[in-house]
Design a protein around this ligand. Structure first.
Ligand code: G16
Length: 559
């Protein structure tokens, strides 16, 4: 009997959702998210799941309590797997049934069956260990307690509270622990700052100062955890002056009129920014600092901005990596490792960015929305760069390439010290250490953007001129049941409800350069509509007419 070997000590949390008719939780794009008041039993159950995952993998697992870009009254919970990446997708159905089990008896039965199916042993070499993190949401404290109780309900399991963290910090720590590396917050800061310093030292001397701008950056911290951590990290940096606004210390509300999601979707200045900032390089983090966008305030005296989104961050990274790789591939005769560079985007990527990347000769791949999908695809390359337009992304390096770079830089340091080839190899190695290998990370992404701009000698305006975005509009439609929308082809085609895609297509053809798609959100109870066209008016009109069609097919939400 599995429960004799899986002795759950107690069930302090009866289901918060079983008394709410029609409420069904889904692991979704990035874990469970809902109003914080109904999440304790879910977080408790995810604690159990995390401990089981740790036993199954015989590794340290992460549990993060955050609802990232969502409103402050929401919260959420997600798991980091041993690699530091997202929970293996084949455990998601178990997570869903666990979260929705109505009674303790159902819960016990589900666990028993799952333990048997997965052949989880309670007598393994290592007891379960789960690292816990949470963002700054006020509900985080109570939910952390629920998570700890869930984890330790599995006898022998250890819950290690790492405190208030950015989501990417927790993912980084899980990865580091499982690789046998030092994994404290200080270690994270030291790795980022030392690889940043290394890249700064490798900047060609004629470009060491910005052309036409300066080394000052103003960052909107979304009134979340990112601003606080950036202030701590900045103490270890030189060559960059960062001013953090909206760090949550002055009464601002998390993600309200601030943050990367707001800035990217609304394309207006966040709270605390205005005409005094015209011409200055600005960046915005989201609530748990896994997204990053840049912007500059336009001079017209309005609140409008020139947005430099995730697609342009991707393009900047791709240019830099491609430059280093071509030095290695063309000039290093000993280069036995012709690295394959791949790009991963989603349907939200601005069409102009995809054209630009393809014109550079790069291979561009598409996946559905959600870092878990992009990350998986990017990991197929020697270097895989993935970004969502919303600013969530990173650069993955294969272990074999990192191993080769380590060996080659050692060789070159004795035989060709100071050569262009040695510098290119050192730069790539430093990027692999700076940029988070577990998940998209606004802090490490920001440092890489800053050093590449200095390397290129570019201002934010020069960077923004790489290509011109096609005008776009994104809308949310509240419908009775968003799960009625089923998509295919990386979310570009609606297959259900039948007939919806045909009427959407009939709208798209009315607009020059029109493109539009419809998908259910995995983090909010809405259907999203994205439209692109040759003018802003056309993009707005296409998005509005398709939103009306969605409403007609799916019916408005009544609540
Ligand atoms: C999460 C995911 C992202 C996704 C975003 C929106 O971001 O990690 O990959 O793009 O949700 O997803 P959806 O459109 O399905 O609601 P975050 O920053 O909230 O963790």
């Amino acid at each position: 009997h599995p429960l004799t070997s899986c002795p759950l000590k107690s069930f302090p949390y009866t289901s918060d959702i079983s008394s709410l008719p029609g409420v069904k939780l889904s692991y979704g794009t990035a874990g469970f998210r809902a109003d914080a008041s109904i999440l304790s039993s879910t977080v408790y159950r995810v604690g159990i799941l995390a401990a089981l995952r740790s036993l199954k993998t015989q590794s340290v697992i992460g549990l993060m309590i955050t609802a990232s870009h969502n409103k402050v009254s929401d919260n959420g919970v997600k798991i980091a797997d041993p690699s530091g990446g997202m929970l293996s997708q084949n455990w998601e159905p178990f997570a869903d049934t666990l979260a929705n089990a109505p009674t303790p008896q159902d819960l016990i039965q589900l666990i028993e069956e799952f333990v048997k199916k997965e052949d989880i042993s309670f007598n393994g070499v290592r007891p379960a260990e789960v690292l816990l993190g949470r963002d700054t949401r006020p509900s985080g404290d109570a939910l952390l307690k629920a998570a700890k109780e869930g984890i330790t309900s599995i006898v022998g399991a250890v819950a290690t509270d790492m405190g208030i963290l950015t989501t990417p910090q927790l993912h980084w720590m899980v990865r580091a622990r499982n690789k046998g590396m030092k994994a404290s917050e200080q270690d994270y800061f030291e790795q980022l700052s030392s690889s940043f310093r290394c890249l700064m030292d490798l900047i060609p001397s004629e470009k060491s100062k910005f052309n036409g701008t300066n080394d000052r950056l103003v960052v909107d911290g979304a009134n979340g955890v990112g601003g606080i951590k950036l202030e701590a990290l900045q103490k270890l940096l030189s060559g960059l002056i960062i001013e953090v606004r909206n760090d949550g210390e002055n009464g601002g509300v998390l993600n309200e009129g601030v943050g990367a999601d707001f800035v990217q979707k609304e394309k207006v200045v966040p709270y605390g920014f205005g005409s005094k900032d015209v011409g200055i390089r600005c960046a915005s983090l989201d609530g748990d600092a896994d997204r990053l966008v840049y912007f500059s305030v336009l001079p017209e005296g309005s609140s409008r901005i020139a947005l430099v989104d995730g697609d342009k961050i991707l393009s900047l990274f791709a240019l830099f990596i491609r430059e280093q790789l071509s030095i290695l591939n063309e000039q290093d005769l000993k280069n036995s490792h012709q690295a394959h560079l791949g790009i991963v985007q989603t349907a939200y990527a601005n069409g102009a960015s995809t054209n630009y990347l393809k014109q550079l000769g790069l291979e561009v791949n598409f996946t559905p929305t959600g870092v878990k999908y992009l990350h998986e695809k990017a990991a197929e390359f020697d270097i895989g760069i993935y970004f969502e337009a919303n600013g969530h992304g990173t650069i993955l390096f294969s272990e074999s390439l990192v191993g080769w770079l380590e060996a080659r830089t050692k060789e070159l340091s004795s035989k060709s010290k100071g050569s262009e080839v040695e510098k290119a190899a050192l730069r790539l190695l430093a990027v692999s250490k700076l940029i988070n290998q577990a998940v998209g990370d606004a802090l490490s992404g920001l440092l890489l953007v800053e050093v590449i701009l200095q390397h290129m000698g570019w201002s934010i305006h020069r960077w923004n001129e790489l290509y011109h975005d096609l005008p776009s509009r994104q809308l949310k439609v509240k419908v009775a049941d968003r799960t009625a929308v089923i998509t295919a082809n990386a979310e570009t085609v609606v297959v259900s409800p039948p007939g919806l895609q045909e009427v959407v297509n009939a709208e798209i053809v009315k607009y020059p350069q029109g493109r539009c798609f419809v998908r259910p959100s995995g983090t909010e109870d809405v259907v999203r509509v994205y439209a692109e066209a040759s003018t802003q008016e056309a993009a707005d009109s296409l998005a509005n007419s398709v939103a009306k069609l969605v409403d007609q097919f799916l019916g408005s939400k009544t609540s």
